[in-house]
Design a protein around this ligand. Structure first.
Ligand code: ADP
Length: 479
């Protein structure tokens, strides 16, 4: 109890809070007058164009008052008010900023706070004045009394009631009796009154301090963003940091893959060239060695195309494709690709590779070489998965603002569960694995990445046992 009293009296914050309680009255009056005058003149003149600037000016003053109050609450009331707005790095025009502020609940809460400050100011001012003057006057009443009686002895004419009688009035008035003894009862009465006054002063200080603290808590609630929003903002900022870190790590990984696969190409090409020269006809070697070398050659080719595929994917991911997108005449490209692949289709599977395009159709917006690579990949897949005697057809048409190219076959088809996954990296269906087509499962992933980079898309449909259809969609050239 004694400690608490000592702490209360010794803490400068107590007096700062009481100072705030006194200050709240003039401030509340100023806020109220400015806001009411601004709103009434602004609304009254709203039909005339000057009304709006007055309203906006009033609003700005209002928000400014709220900011002053926030500072006062922090520095005088000693509360920890959260910021009024969350950090936002987006560039906004003043008008956008005003609209954003109007949509923010903190704005309305702080405006309400500023208005409530007016009645609160009257209340707090009255409370401070009444409590302190009462308790202090109780505490000081003996001193005042003694002083007055002392004065009455020195200036009897001004205090006739105190100085009547034949003898001059005692120095300490009624405290000292006529024969010069101190009246104990009167002294005790003074001490009791004084003690009551001191207790009342301490209690008043405690009450006023508590009122200031309560008002400070109210300011915390009204003048700052909600705690949950602050936590959310912190979480978003943390997520941003983590995302940036993950992006950097991802970028590092992509760069590593690009450089590693780039470096791998040279030794793989060298092995391939050396094995090829070893296998040249006329070289003297036994059958078994030739058999092993043939396997080495085939696997080196496979490794070479795997490295190429990984490099292509890594480049697509790292946006290093350097696409040259321009209008591409699709029918001419189909002629070229199909002409190059027709012998293979005939030789390997005895397949017919047919193609068609709508006469006079629009050009597609694409990188010609990459689109050729996409079509080659799709046609090769179709050839690989179509039994002898089947048909692979490639058709181009135009639909709205898109150019559509369809590669269909009459092959083994794809199970429905696999259709969704064939564009995933390294995904190969069980049938493909069983048939040992030599693929790595990267072809369609590359196709999709290339098309996406060109602003296009791809979708697949298939009926097991009947065949598959791959539809490529690209933007058409605009006139
Ligand atoms: P791969 O290099 O193994 O061919 P892709 O990514 O090109 O890899 O194809 C993924 C899988 O999709 C293949 O393993 C194959 O099972 C299946 N697939 C692709 N095209 C066809 C098709 N035209 N008909 C049947 N299955 C296909």
């Amino acid at each position: 109890m004694i400690n608490a009293t000592r702490h209360l009296l010794g803490d400068s914050r107590t007096y700062l809070r009481i100072f705030y309680l006194l200050l709240a009255f003039p401030l509340g009056v100023i806020y109220f007058v400015v806001i009411v005058a601004g709103l009434s003149s602004g609304l009254g003149l709203a039909i005339v164009i000057v009304g709006f600037p007055i309203l906006i000016l009033t609003l700005i003053c209002w928000l400014f008052f709220a900011r002053i109050e926030r500072e006062l609450a922090i520095h005088l009331l000693g509360v920890n008010v959260r910021p009024m707005a969350l950090l936002d790095l987006t560039r906004l025009t003043p008008w956008q900023r005003l609209l954003k502020a109007l949509r923010d609940p903190v704005t309305w809460k702080s405006l309400a706070y500023v208005l409530i400050e007016f009645p609160f100011g009257i209340f707090s001012f009255t409370l401070v004045v009444v409590l302190l003057s009462l308790s202090v006057s109780f505490a000081l009443s003996p001193i005042v009394y003694i002083a007055l009686n002392g004065l009455s002895r020195q200036f009897p004419s001004s205090f006739p009631s105190q100085s009547s009688g034949d003898f001059p009035g005692p120095l300490l008035g009624p405290v000292v009796t006529i024969n010069g003894h101190i009246d104990l009862a009167v002294v005790i009465a003074f001490v009791v009154i004084s003690a009551i006054g001191v207790v009342m002063t301490v209690a008043s200080l405690a009450l006023l301090n508590g009122t200031g603290l309560l008002w400070g808590r109210f300011a915390e609630m009204m003048l700052g963003v909600d705690e949950s929003r602050l936590h959310l903002a912190d979480a978003i900022a943390e997520a941003e940091v983590q995302r940036a870190r993950a992006d950097r790590a991802d970028q590092g990984r992509r760069e590593l893959i690009v450089s590693a696969s780039h470096e791998l190409r040279t030794p793989v090409a060298s092995i391939s060239a050396h094995v090829e020269s070893l296998l040249k006809p006329g070289r003297d070697m036994d059958e078994e060695t030739r058999k092993y070398l043939t396997v080495v050659a085939a696997e080196t080719d496979r490794l070479g195309s795997l490295v190429d595929d990984v490099l292509a994917l890594a480049r697509a991911e790292a946006d290093e494709l350097h696409l040259d997108i321009r209008p591409v005449e699709v029918s001419a490209l189909l002629d070229q690709v199909c002409e190059a692949l027709a012998p293979l289709a005939r030789r390997e599977r005895n397949l017919s590779l047919v193609h068609s395009s709508v006469p006079g159709m629009a050009n597609a917006m694409a990188d010609r070489d990459r689109l050729g690579q996409v079509l080659t990949n799709l046609i090769r897949n179709a050839v690989n998965h179509t039994p002898d005697g089947g048909i692979v057809s490639v058709d181009a048409t135009q639909f709205g603002d898109r150019v559509l190219i369809t590669v269909s076959d009459t092959g083994i088809g794809i199970e429905p569960a696999d259709v969704e996954r064939i564009f995933d990296r390294f995904y190969r269906t069980d049938t493909s694995r069983a048939r040992a087509t030599g693929g790595s499962g990267l072809g369609l992933a590359i196709v999709r990445d290339l098309l996406t980079a060109m602003g296009g898309s791809i979708a697949a449909e298939s009926t097991p046992g009947q065949g598959s259809v791959f539809r490529v969609s690209l933007a058409r050239e605009t006139a």
